[in-house]
Write a protein that binds this ligand. Sequence first.
Ligand SMILES: Nc1ncnc2c1ncn2[C@@H]1O[C@H](COP(=O)(O)OP(=O)(O)O)[C@@H](O)[C@H]1O
Ligand SMILES: [Mg+2]
Length: 359
Amino acid sequence: MILTRIGIRGVRNLEDAELQPAAGANLVYGPNASGKTSLLEAVYLLAHARSFRTAQIRHVIGTDQKGMLVHGHIVDPEGEKENRLGIERTRESTTLRLNQQTVRQSSLLAQKLPLQLLTPESIRLLEQGPGQRRRYLDWGLFHVEHAFHSAWNEYSRALKQRNAGLRSGAKPEQVRLWDTSLVERGEQISRLRERYVESLKDTLSRISERLLGFAPDFAYRRGWKKEIDLESALEASLERDRQHGVTSVGPHRADLVCLVNGVPVQDRFSRGQLKMLVCAMRLAQAEHLAQVQSRRPIFLVDDIAAELDPDRRNALLAILRESGVQLFLTATEREQLDVTGWESRKMFHVEHGKIAEVV
Ligand SMILES: Nc1ncnc2c1ncn2[C@@H]1O[C@H](COP(=O)(O)OP(=O)(O)O)[C@@H](O)[C@H]1O
Ligand SMILES: [Mg+2]
């Protein structure tokens, strides 16, 4: 997908801006604290209706502003179909718009604008608990598997009810009432995730080989014992679950493990290697999406120069260029990142919140 226009008002320190990004690389450069990450944040807000820097979206509103507004035009380069996305936030409420209509669910915007983010914090995908890795898988499934989103919503609802029941000391026969949809949706989610991991593996290996020189093994752990189905697993853990007041088995406990010679990568790899592996994981998802739907996500890449040496940086940029995605990337100096090989490119200079296209 290509963001052909973006309008920004009242976002952090940024002055009001109307930009027409290039279909290829957009290099955003400027000194520290000038507003570069805030510009990426504005793009991210359009897709997710939340920020990647704060759980409180109102903190994104500029200090002296009553509210903020981000709107953008998204086109699909092949179909040339245009969608207009908008998010407006006042101190009190958020309004989302899709093609001039107010919409309730942020998933409607997310669906139109698949987005991949790489920041210095992205390494958490491998360093932290399994939640991030489940979200990683679910990003892909959300975009490629029609049934996934509603299956996940139903599963979450049933899980919430079951947990509330467990906490309030419900009897076993009451708890079992929730298990029907939990089992049905849980098994479905598991199958979809397993299939997704399988279909991602080859691409993931190939890109890891290229960026890291070798490919780790990825395996999906579904969140309950191998030999049994989810229904039996829930039954087997019922007593323990009643004691703890929480459901301990199911796809909400799944993980995507990543091993090198049988050891988890996070125990073996250097920070730089982990960072490259995260890049490989994100790129693999992008390529998979392009294969199955001819849609390419937009990449937001913040501050890579800060952590990757020039060779790694260039390797990453080369793959991004070949993959044909639209890219927004930040640097403190324009010479730090070489985008001269991109057929379509623009540069934006940011200083004290003022964004100016450099011609
Ligand atoms: N809500 C806000 N209102 C006004 N300014 C803010 C707000 N939040 C952060 N800032 C300021 O915006 C500036 C730009 O931040 P940032 O986009 O992270 O810069 P960069 O990525 O260029 O280093 C910082 O000086 C920060 O203190
Ligand atoms: Mg920054």
